[in-house]
Design a protein around this ligand. Structure first.
Ligand code: FES
Length: 282
Protein backbone atom coordinates (compact mmCIF):
# COMPACT_ATOMS: atom_id res chain seq x y z
CA UNK A 1 0.00 0.00 0.00
CA UNK A 2 1.14 3.55 -0.72
CA UNK A 3 0.30 6.26 1.80
CA UNK A 4 -1.48 9.37 0.53
CA UNK A 5 0.14 12.38 2.17
CA UNK A 6 -2.25 14.88 0.63
CA UNK A 7 -5.35 14.78 -1.58
CA UNK A 8 -7.26 17.96 -2.32
CA UNK A 9 -9.68 19.16 -4.99
CA UNK A 10 -7.80 22.27 -6.09
CA UNK A 11 -10.38 23.47 -8.65
CA UNK A 12 -13.70 21.76 -9.45
CA UNK A 13 -13.03 18.19 -10.57
CA UNK A 14 -9.24 18.52 -10.55
CA UNK A 15 -7.35 16.92 -7.67
CA UNK A 16 -3.82 17.00 -6.39
CA UNK A 17 -2.53 13.84 -4.77
CA UNK A 18 0.84 13.51 -3.02
CA UNK A 19 1.90 9.90 -2.48
CA UNK A 20 4.62 8.41 -0.35
CA UNK A 21 6.73 6.49 -2.88
CA UNK A 22 10.43 7.07 -2.10
CA UNK A 23 11.70 4.62 -4.73
CA UNK A 24 9.76 6.44 -7.46
CA UNK A 25 10.65 9.93 -6.17
CA UNK A 26 14.34 9.06 -6.33
CA UNK A 27 14.21 8.04 -10.00
CA UNK A 28 11.45 10.25 -11.47
CA UNK A 29 12.29 12.49 -14.43
CA UNK A 30 10.19 15.02 -16.40
CA UNK A 31 7.80 13.35 -18.83
CA UNK A 32 7.49 10.06 -16.93
CA UNK A 33 4.37 8.51 -15.46
CA UNK A 34 3.14 6.00 -12.90
CA UNK A 35 0.44 3.33 -13.05
CA UNK A 36 -1.92 3.52 -10.10
CA UNK A 37 -4.35 0.89 -8.86
CA UNK A 38 -6.59 2.66 -6.34
CA UNK A 39 -7.82 -0.46 -4.51
CA UNK A 40 -7.56 -4.24 -4.79
CA UNK A 41 -10.40 -4.47 -7.31
CA UNK A 42 -9.21 -1.45 -9.32
CA UNK A 43 -7.75 -1.20 -12.82
CA UNK A 44 -4.28 0.10 -13.68
CA UNK A 45 -4.44 3.72 -14.80
CA UNK A 46 -1.52 5.87 -16.01
CA UNK A 47 -0.88 9.33 -14.51
CA UNK A 48 1.85 11.83 -15.42
CA UNK A 49 4.22 12.65 -12.56
CA UNK A 50 4.04 16.39 -11.92
CA UNK A 51 6.55 16.70 -9.13
CA UNK A 52 8.67 14.69 -6.72
CA UNK A 53 10.51 15.33 -3.48
CA UNK A 54 13.44 13.02 -2.81
CA UNK A 55 13.88 14.17 0.84
CA UNK A 56 10.21 13.59 1.67
CA UNK A 57 10.07 10.51 -0.55
CA UNK A 58 6.87 11.68 -2.26
CA UNK A 59 5.52 12.17 -5.77
CA UNK A 60 2.74 14.55 -6.81
CA UNK A 61 0.09 13.98 -9.45
CA UNK A 62 -2.82 16.05 -10.74
CA UNK A 63 -5.86 14.18 -11.98
CA UNK A 64 -9.38 14.77 -13.22
CA UNK A 65 -12.27 12.84 -11.74
CA UNK A 66 -13.67 11.22 -14.88
CA UNK A 67 -14.28 7.51 -14.20
CA UNK A 68 -14.37 4.83 -11.52
CA UNK A 69 -10.64 4.78 -10.73
CA UNK A 70 -10.32 8.54 -10.46
CA UNK A 71 -13.55 8.68 -8.42
CA UNK A 72 -12.04 6.21 -5.98
CA UNK A 73 -8.86 8.27 -5.83
CA UNK A 74 -10.87 11.46 -5.28
CA UNK A 75 -12.40 9.87 -2.19
CA UNK A 76 -9.09 9.03 -0.52
CA UNK A 77 -8.19 11.62 2.08
CA UNK A 78 -4.80 12.53 3.50
CA UNK A 79 -3.58 9.58 5.54
CA UNK A 80 -5.38 7.07 3.31
CA UNK A 81 -3.66 4.68 0.92
CA UNK A 82 -3.51 3.50 -2.67
CA UNK A 83 -3.30 -0.20 -3.41
CA UNK A 84 -0.42 0.06 -5.87
CA UNK A 85 1.78 2.65 -7.55
CA UNK A 86 4.30 1.48 -10.18
CA UNK A 87 6.94 3.61 -11.82
CA UNK A 88 8.52 5.74 -12.92
CA UNK A 89 7.53 4.47 -16.36
CA UNK A 90 8.13 5.73 -19.88
CA UNK A 91 11.05 7.56 -21.40
CA UNK A 92 11.91 10.89 -19.77
CA UNK A 93 11.68 14.10 -21.81
CA UNK A 94 14.96 14.98 -23.47
CA UNK A 95 16.17 18.05 -21.62
CA UNK A 96 18.75 20.23 -23.34
CA UNK A 97 19.37 23.81 -24.31
CA UNK A 98 17.22 24.14 -27.43
CA UNK A 99 16.52 27.90 -27.33
CA UNK A 100 12.88 28.97 -27.12
CA UNK A 101 10.44 26.43 -25.80
CA UNK A 102 6.66 26.48 -25.74
CA UNK A 103 4.90 24.17 -23.27
CA UNK A 104 1.14 23.80 -23.54
CA UNK A 105 -1.09 22.07 -21.02
CA UNK A 106 -4.79 21.51 -20.49
CA UNK A 107 -6.74 19.50 -17.87
CA UNK A 108 -4.29 17.16 -16.10
CA UNK A 109 -1.69 18.37 -18.60
CA UNK A 110 -1.31 21.68 -16.77
CA UNK A 111 0.28 19.68 -13.98
CA UNK A 112 2.10 17.40 -16.39
CA UNK A 113 3.96 20.19 -18.24
CA UNK A 114 5.19 21.69 -14.98
CA UNK A 115 8.31 19.47 -14.57
CA UNK A 116 9.11 19.84 -18.29
CA UNK A 117 8.94 23.66 -18.11
CA UNK A 118 11.01 23.65 -14.92
CA UNK A 119 13.73 21.41 -16.36
CA UNK A 120 13.82 23.32 -19.66
CA UNK A 121 14.16 26.63 -17.83
CA UNK A 122 16.93 25.20 -15.66
CA UNK A 123 18.73 24.03 -18.81
CA UNK A 124 18.88 27.64 -20.00
CA UNK A 125 15.92 27.77 -22.40
CA UNK A 126 13.42 30.60 -22.74
CA UNK A 127 10.14 29.01 -21.70
CA UNK A 128 6.67 30.17 -22.63
CA UNK A 129 3.93 28.13 -21.00
CA UNK A 130 0.35 28.18 -22.25
CA UNK A 131 -2.41 26.78 -20.06
CA UNK A 132 -6.08 26.40 -20.88
CA UNK A 133 -9.42 25.86 -19.20
CA UNK A 134 -13.07 26.37 -20.01
CA UNK A 135 -13.27 29.22 -17.51
CA UNK A 136 -11.08 31.22 -15.10
CA UNK A 137 -12.17 29.27 -12.04
CA UNK A 138 -10.71 26.05 -13.53
CA UNK A 139 -7.17 27.39 -13.93
CA UNK A 140 -4.65 25.94 -11.47
CA UNK A 141 -0.88 25.95 -10.93
CA UNK A 142 -0.48 29.34 -12.67
CA UNK A 143 1.73 30.87 -9.96
CA UNK A 144 3.99 27.80 -9.77
CA UNK A 145 4.32 27.78 -13.56
CA UNK A 146 5.28 31.48 -13.53
CA UNK A 147 8.21 30.59 -11.28
CA UNK A 148 9.59 28.16 -13.88
CA UNK A 149 8.61 29.97 -17.10
CA UNK A 150 9.63 33.26 -18.68
CA UNK A 151 6.01 33.85 -19.65
CA UNK A 152 2.72 32.15 -18.81
CA UNK A 153 -0.23 32.71 -21.13
CA UNK A 154 -3.68 31.72 -19.89
CA UNK A 155 -6.42 30.89 -22.38
CA UNK A 156 -10.04 30.36 -21.41
CA UNK A 157 -12.87 29.20 -23.68
CA UNK A 158 -15.27 31.81 -22.30
CA UNK A 159 -12.69 34.60 -22.22
CA UNK A 160 -13.12 35.07 -18.46
CA UNK A 161 -9.35 35.05 -18.01
CA UNK A 162 -6.39 35.84 -20.27
CA UNK A 163 -6.87 35.25 -23.99
CA UNK A 164 -10.22 34.02 -25.26
CA UNK A 165 -9.57 30.52 -26.58
CA UNK A 166 -7.64 27.41 -25.71
CA UNK A 167 -3.98 26.38 -26.15
CA UNK A 168 -4.29 25.93 -29.96
CA UNK A 169 -5.76 29.45 -30.31
CA UNK A 170 -2.97 31.02 -28.28
CA UNK A 171 -0.39 28.97 -30.19
CA UNK A 172 -1.87 30.13 -33.52
CA UNK A 173 -1.41 33.75 -32.44
CA UNK A 174 2.18 33.12 -31.38
CA UNK A 175 3.21 31.48 -34.66
CA UNK A 176 1.34 34.06 -36.75
CA UNK A 177 3.15 36.82 -34.89
CA UNK A 178 6.45 35.21 -35.80
CA UNK A 179 7.39 34.19 -32.25
CA UNK A 180 10.63 32.17 -32.34
CA UNK A 181 9.83 28.62 -31.21
CA UNK A 182 12.56 25.98 -31.37
CA UNK A 183 10.63 23.18 -29.68
CA UNK A 184 7.15 22.68 -28.32
CA UNK A 185 5.54 20.24 -25.87
CA UNK A 186 1.85 19.59 -25.42
CA UNK A 187 0.16 17.51 -22.76
CA UNK A 188 -3.58 17.17 -22.24
CA UNK A 189 -6.57 15.99 -24.20
CA UNK A 190 -5.85 14.20 -27.47
CA UNK A 191 -7.79 16.77 -29.49
CA UNK A 192 -5.69 19.65 -28.16
CA UNK A 193 -2.43 17.80 -28.85
CA UNK A 194 -3.52 16.96 -32.39
CA UNK A 195 -4.59 20.54 -33.08
CA UNK A 196 -1.33 21.96 -31.77
CA UNK A 197 0.64 19.52 -33.93
CA UNK A 198 -1.33 20.62 -36.98
CA UNK A 199 -0.61 24.27 -36.19
CA UNK A 200 3.16 23.82 -35.83
CA UNK A 201 3.58 21.42 -38.79
CA UNK A 202 3.65 24.09 -41.57
CA UNK A 203 6.21 26.05 -39.57
CA UNK A 204 8.44 22.99 -39.04
CA UNK A 205 8.49 23.50 -35.30
CA UNK A 206 9.59 20.33 -33.52
CA UNK A 207 6.50 19.23 -31.59
CA UNK A 208 6.36 16.60 -28.87
CA UNK A 209 3.09 15.29 -27.49
CA UNK A 210 2.58 13.00 -24.49
CA UNK A 211 0.16 10.37 -25.75
CA UNK A 212 -2.39 8.96 -23.33
CA UNK A 213 -3.77 5.71 -24.78
CA UNK A 214 -5.37 2.98 -22.66
CA UNK A 215 -2.68 1.08 -20.75
CA UNK A 216 -2.63 -2.15 -18.80
CA UNK A 217 0.80 -3.50 -17.88
CA UNK A 218 2.92 -0.45 -18.72
CA UNK A 219 5.91 -2.61 -19.66
CA UNK A 220 5.38 -3.18 -23.38
CA UNK A 221 3.90 -6.68 -22.93
CA UNK A 222 0.14 -6.33 -23.46
CA UNK A 223 0.03 -4.18 -26.60
CA UNK A 224 -2.89 -2.17 -25.26
CA UNK A 225 -1.17 1.19 -25.68
CA UNK A 226 -0.25 0.58 -29.33
CA UNK A 227 0.05 3.74 -31.43
CA UNK A 228 1.34 4.36 -34.93
CA UNK A 229 3.99 7.02 -35.32
CA UNK A 230 5.65 7.70 -38.65
CA UNK A 231 4.11 4.48 -40.01
CA UNK A 232 5.71 2.36 -37.26
CA UNK A 233 3.97 0.57 -34.42
CA UNK A 234 5.02 1.91 -31.04
CA UNK A 235 4.00 1.21 -27.49
CA UNK A 236 3.33 4.43 -25.61
CA UNK A 237 4.35 2.93 -22.25
CA UNK A 238 7.89 1.99 -23.24
CA UNK A 239 8.60 3.91 -26.48
CA UNK A 240 6.83 7.04 -25.24
CA UNK A 241 4.75 8.58 -23.86
CA UNK A 242 6.32 11.43 -25.85
CA UNK A 243 6.19 11.26 -29.63
CA UNK A 244 6.61 13.55 -32.60
CA UNK A 245 3.13 15.08 -32.93
CA UNK A 246 3.62 15.56 -36.70
CA UNK A 247 4.00 11.81 -37.20
CA UNK A 248 1.25 10.44 -34.95
CA UNK A 249 -1.64 8.61 -36.63
CA UNK A 250 -4.28 10.66 -34.81
CA UNK A 251 -7.26 8.94 -36.39
CA UNK A 252 -6.13 5.56 -35.07
CA UNK A 253 -5.34 7.12 -31.70
CA UNK A 254 -8.91 8.48 -31.38
CA UNK A 255 -10.43 5.15 -32.48
CA UNK A 256 -8.42 3.07 -30.02
CA UNK A 257 -9.08 5.47 -27.16
CA UNK A 258 -12.82 5.31 -27.68
CA UNK A 259 -13.13 1.47 -27.84
CA UNK A 260 -14.45 1.16 -24.28
CA UNK A 261 -16.20 4.52 -23.93
CA UNK A 262 -19.67 2.98 -23.74
CA UNK A 263 -18.61 0.31 -21.24
CA UNK A 264 -16.77 2.91 -19.18
CA UNK A 265 -19.79 5.21 -19.10
CA UNK A 266 -22.06 2.35 -18.01
CA UNK A 267 -19.66 1.10 -15.38
CA UNK A 268 -19.26 4.62 -14.01
CA UNK A 269 -23.01 5.12 -13.87
CA UNK A 270 -23.41 1.84 -11.95
CA UNK A 271 -20.61 2.80 -9.61
CA UNK A 272 -22.20 6.16 -8.81
CA UNK A 273 -25.61 4.52 -8.32
CA UNK A 274 -24.12 1.97 -5.91
CA UNK A 275 -22.29 4.76 -4.17
CA UNK A 276 -25.46 6.76 -3.60
CA UNK A 277 -27.24 3.66 -2.25
CA UNK A 278 -24.48 2.11 -0.15
CA UNK A 279 -22.63 5.27 0.84
CA UNK A 280 -19.19 6.49 -0.06
CA UNK A 281 -17.16 3.47 1.15
CA UNK A 282 -17.86 0.95 -1.59
FE1 FES B 1 0.76 -2.79 -22.29
FE2 FES B 1 1.94 -0.59 -23.10
S1 FES B 1 0.44 -0.80 -21.58
S2 FES B 1 2.15 -2.57 -23.93
Amino acid sequence: MYKVVRRDEIVPNVHIIEIEAPGIAEKARPGQFVLIVPDETGERVPFSISDWNVEKGTITIFFLEVGISTSKMARINSGGALYSVSGPLGKPTRIDKFGSIVCGGGCYGIGAVYPIARAMKKAGNTVTTIIEARSAYLIYLEEQLKEVSDKVIVGTADGSRGSKGMVPDVLTELVKNGEKIDRSYFVGCTFMMMNCSNITRPYNIKTLVALNPIMVDGTGMCGCCRVTVGGETKFACVDGPEFDGHKVDWEEMFKRKSIYLENEAMAYQNYRCQESVVGKDI
